[in-house]
Design a binder for this molecule. Structure first.
Ligand code: NI
Length: 136
C-alpha cells in the first residue's frame, strides 16, 4: 500500500454561527469567527489517496488527474468564495473546518474511487496553528 498526498490552497470567507442564536451567544461559542460581517482564511488542503502501485506505469494515480478532480470538484467552488452562502456542498452546515473536511470527503470519495484508488485522508489547515484531519 502506498500513500500519495496532493496539496492545494484556497482563500475563502466564512462566519461560524447558528441562525437560531443571538450574536452574543454565537460570539461566546465561536469567538472571532462568528463576526457577523464575515472574515477570511487562507486555507491549505491536503488530499491523501492510497492503493497499490500500478506495475505497468509505476505510479499510484496520474497526478494531473488527481489535481483536476480536486480543482474541479472542490477548489473552484471554494476559492475566493463565501463558504456560508456560495458553496453548494456546505449549504445548511455550520462553516467550521470540521464540517468542511467531511463535506470535501463526501464530494471527492466517489470521484477518486472511480480512478481505482482509495481516499485516505482529508486534511485542512485553517491557520498555521489549527488543522483538521478526517479519515471517513
Ligand atoms: Ni474563521
Amino acid at each position: 500500500m502506498i500513500f500519495l498526498t496532493r496539496r492545494e490552497r484556497f482563500s475563502a470567507a466564512h462566519r461560524m454561527y447558528r441562525k437560531d442564536w443571538s450574536d452574543s451567544r454565537n460570539y461566546e461559542v465561536f469567538g472571532k469567527c462568528s463576526n457577523p460581517e464575515w472574515h477570511g482564511h487562507n486555507y491549505t488542503l491536503y488530499i491523501t489517496v492510497k492503493g497499490e502501485i500500478d506495475s505497468e506505469r509505476g505510479f499510484l494515480i496520474n497526478l494531473s488527474d488527481l489535481k483536476e478532480i480536486i480543482n474541479d470538484a472542490v477548489i473552484s467552488k471554494l476559492d475566493h468564495r463565501n463558504i456560508n452562502t456560495e458553496v453548494d456542498f456546505m449549504k445548511d452546515k455550520i462553516a467550521t473546518t470540521e464540517n468542511l473536511a467531511v463535506a470535501i470527503w463526501d464530494v471527492l470519495q466517489p470521484l477518486i474511487e472511480e480512478r481505482g484508488v482509495l481516499l485516505h485522508r482529508v486534511r485542512i489547515e485553517e491557520t498555521e496553528n489549527n488543522s483538521v484531519d478526517y479519515y471517513g
